[in-house]
Design a protein around this ligand. Sequence first.
Ligand code: NAD
Length: 250
Amino acid sequence: MNRFSGQTAVVTGAASGIGAASALRLAAEGASVVVSDIADEAGEAVAAAIRADGGRAAYVRCDVSSEEDWTALRDETHARFGPVAVLHSNAFIHTSGAAHELPVAVWDREMAVNLRALYLATRTFLDDLRAERGSLVATSSVHADFGLPGYPVYAAAKGGMCALVRQLAVEYGPEVRFNSVLPGPILTEVWNDVDEEGRRLSADATALARLGRPEEVASAVAFLASADAAYITGTNLVVDGGWTVKKDSK
Ligand code: NAD
């Protein structure tokens, strides 16, 4: 498949995990990809891997909570590859702790990186996406739809992303499509702290009885970003191996 031939894509949080898989997938399907993150070395490595494979890619640093960084990202992307048709807003942080114990600064920082970034992404690249009849895909989470003890700000941010995606789809509908993916348990670096037993329990909680791979989310992102999803907008697509539909899985 070469669904993104001649198009430019930007992926945030692309130095590892789902973002890296998305960058590799979009590049493999013909996109010129800006790999963006704050982890410079790992981000450079992802861009280098794409180029080594014959693709077009560059690493550009952007802290997604910073409006100035978004502007610089747009300018650098234009200079290298031209206007953006595909934007995957994926970077995140998460902090655990009960709501009454979380410092306000932690709440604000996590909302800025996880939720406000989607608003900044849209503001920054709307002209491009309109001109290209493009598509934005956000990475939310299944935790947008149910409570998980210890993750109040993560759940609020991810739920907010789903609501914002619906809103943006309606707002800019005729020209730009907005969708999100809601991953379940996907084996990335965020699982490094979870031991074998914890992983097994999470795997068993899915209908498919296994953890997902980042590439399995990337393929959903590529679908939503592509013309194959030309009549899909405002959708929050669950990619969780059947975790949320399995009784007692939560
Ligand atoms: P990851 O830690 O591998 O990747 C996250 C990336 O975001 C990192 O490269 C990190 O450097 C980058 N990042 C952090 N703060 C940033 C900032 N301020 N600006 C720019 N980049 C920043 O994690 P992942 O598992 O690949 O997660 C990707 C997305 O998938 C996230 O939105 C996460 O909420 C979502 N998700 C993951 C899972 C899972 O089980 N892995 C489940 C549900 C949702």
